[in-house]
Ligand binder design. Structure first.
Ligand code: ATP
Ligand code: MG
Length: 222
């Protein structure tokens, strides 16, 4: 089986995430995509971050009706508040795979440019094939430049959309230009704007029911 991990804060999960995952699913014939909301992200200020239970619930609702999209608890927050590191998540996922399974790691171009700040990112690139999805504002042609030279094998050109690494392959999934971010959705909800079409209908309903992202006096719970 071809199995992919797609991590994020998903605060909330939106159509950009779903379209990226769907494009990756089609192109790489992925049998399962595990959406992994992060418990304690190491690189994000967590000031505004909604509770894990809400982000996970929205991921689960967005996955409903899509049999290959699986909500995952791989990065459910630990009681000691330790951050979730992707390299550890990928190690955990690999222990659950069979020898013939292929593991992929889906990541947006903006997040990929931050990779050099991630824990053990050389090892991370050794452990899973990467699918880097283009995103408005990030030039996919420069993606190959982030990859450490010592991990690149041979003369593969990043312009071909594929970089052969010493143990894995990095694929560039160009042509995705969904101009959406969770931040825009949080802002829109706060201002009472319409977000239909930007998130799955069940996610919009959940945001409304739980009063998420509203000014404090309107929400049930922060
Ligand atoms: P925020 O505005 O809070 O940072 P976000 O929209 O960037 O939210 P994240 O949860 O930070 O969403 O992203 C999870 C993963 O999805 C990252 O790898 C990110 O690059 C990718 N991603 C998010 N939005 C898009 C998009 N519109 N197109 C392609 N990839 C995306
Ligand atoms: Mg982001």
């Amino acid at each position: 089986m071809n199995i992919a991990l797609f991590g994020g804060t998903f605060d909330p999960i939106h159509s950009g995430h779903l379209e990226a995952a769907e494009a990756a699913r089609r192109k790489f014939r992925l049998d399962r995509i595990l959406f992994v909301p992060t418990g304690h992200p190491p690189h994000k200020s967590t000031g505004h971050l909604k509770a894990f239970k809400h982000r996970y619930a929205m991921v689960a609702l967005a996955c409903s009706g899509r049999p290959r999209f699986i909500p995952s608890l791989l990065e459910a927050p630990s009681s000691d508040g330790r951050p979730s590191y992707s390299v550890e998540t990928v190690r955990k996922a690999r222990r659950m795979l069979r020898a013939r399974d292929q593991l992929y790691f889906i990541i947006g171009a903006d997040a990929f440019f931050d990779l050099p700040k991630w824990k053990d990112y050389h090892e991370l690139l050794d452990l899973a094939n990467f699918i880097v999805v283009s995103r408005p504002g990030f030039d996919p042609k420069t993606i190959g430049e982030i990859v450490p030279r010592d991990l690149v094998q041979g003369q593969t050109s990043p312009r071909a959309g594929r970089v052969a690494l010493r143990r894995t392959t990095l694929h560039i999934l160009d042509g995705m230009h969904v101009p959406l971010s969770s931040r825009q959705i949080r802002d829109a909800v706060r201002r009472g704007r319409w977000i239909a079409g930007c998130v799955a209908p069940l996610v919009r309903q959940y945001i409304r029911k739980e009063g998420l992202y509203r000014p404090a006096r309107l929400s049930h719970e922060e």
